[in-house]
Design a protein around this ligand. Sequence first.
Ligand code: M6R
Length: 608
Amino acid sequence: MCGIVGYIGAKQAQQILLEGLSKLEYRGYDSAGLAIYNGEVIQIEKTKGRLKDLADRLSVSELTGHIGIGHTRWATHGKPSDQNAHPHTDPETRFAVVHNGIIENYMELREELTAKGYHFVSETDTEVIAKLLADVDDGDLVSTVQKAVSHLTGAFALGVINQAEPDKLVAVRFASPLVVGVGKGENFIASDIPAILKYTRDVYVLEDGEMAVLTEDQVHLMKTDGTPVKRKTMRVTWDMETAEKGGYDHFMLKEIHEQPQAIRDTLSGRLKDGLVDLSGEISLLPQEIFQIDRIQIVACGTAYHAGLIGKYVFEKFTRLPVEVEIASEYRYRNPIITDRTLVIVISQSGETADTLAALREAQKSGAKVLAITNVVGSSVAREANEVITTWAGPEIAVASTKAYTTQLIALYLLATYFAQVLGTKDENECREVVKSLQQLPVQVEKTFDCETEIKELASKIADHEHLFYLGRGLDHAVALEGSLKMKELSYIHSEAYAAGELKHGPLALIEEGIPVISLATQESIFEKMISNIQEVKARGAYVVGIAKEDNTELQKTVDQVIYIPPIIDLLVPVLTVVPLQLLSYYTCLERGFDVDKPRNLAKSVTVE
Ligand code: M6R
């Protein structure tokens, strides 16, 4: 995820911008750059690589000046390279811009600007903003930015400087974070508070559709239509470490709470006229989709669990047979693959050794591989034939949370898109799914209401040595993920079972007081699930049910119910996983273990 910083004041900007960027490194990046006005011109230095590479270049040719912007880039449009690194400029370097987010209509704008004679030097969506600024320039920086922004759709936070008005730094926010730091005789912008905490604790947190105009001594807030915004600064009392976690105690909790935004970002640009449109992203032609006679989904760990949901969704929507396999098994078992097989690999990091090997194995056998990954430019992304990126942003906690929910979103989008192309689902049904997908960010927010209850539940189960998770259908797939989370974080032995399978063996393990988390959200199999719950209740289990909030039946059978907001059954996993993530988080805390770095585990498993 890109990071933005900006400075205007009496000091030299270069060092402040570099230090600010170093505090945003946690967001992940592949290149970095600065633009500083030196009293005559805007000078740019940018490079692929680490901040150290940028600092090395600057040690040879220092950028002097008191106003500037800086950026760490996490590639979205175009590979990591010097050309694609920010800041971007117009042809005469009158404007320099840094951007975090995605401009959805950049192709359209690029074509229009190219037709007007603008020449593009990068593959980025950001460069259209710089050229657009030059195109609509009316001699006033603020109104020029307002005009340019009115042409943009998507998510963006921007920092802009202009050679003609070097006493102003302009910042804009639309759905990507941006804060303004207020100092004495100096002011700042940044994607996140840690970048400016060394200089000031007084900040404005910009809201969507707002902009800030910074001079050395003042900050003016307004909406992008010019309406003034009056707000008091917020005093930040966090220390640096807390600030890096956005005020949360751990990265995992922060990432759990980032899920609504991550889902919004992953949906962004992929819905058109009430349907899914991936035609600009994947090059599979309709006739090639018609050729597919089976799908294999291959992944590890949490990504594998997302694949299990994918199986349900694809089979329901496309009636194509889908197998889901653990990558470390798939790669060695000589699977049946033909040139009509579509292999979908799922990997947050894009570097998991087994998943990468499975990808190569599938390609060797003639299959096309479509990757769902969170890291642009990762090995998986580079080697796959098709890529759908999840826009979860960097996931730092070892336990995967927002990567999982965005993988689900990618799978829902892909399956719906295939159904539209193949005509295997009625268009109205596809529209219903799209509508419900759009409700998800808000419904995930509402799901957080259960956090206090989950905390109490965690203290109840923390002393147990064994735990069970039960579910049927999609609920079973989510139960597996909940159980994995619990194992890796709390080190409690936990099992997830398809509820109907319990009586074929594991029921023998159920004894007085054992906690059993039972997911019962799927209407068509609800009665069956109740019967299975009764089986464990009869043996003395403490049963915690998870149900949709309109369900009044479950509470009659279980000891406690955690409710999730309403959503169509198919999309329920995106909501039910949230209380399970929180339960493992709080149980881990109760037991006093390291949440973000569980023992024996690594974030990216690049060895077999
Ligand atoms: O980066 P990947 O998605 O390929 O990683 C796969 C697994 O190692 C990963 O999902 C792991 O299971 C999670 N960290 C568990 O929370």
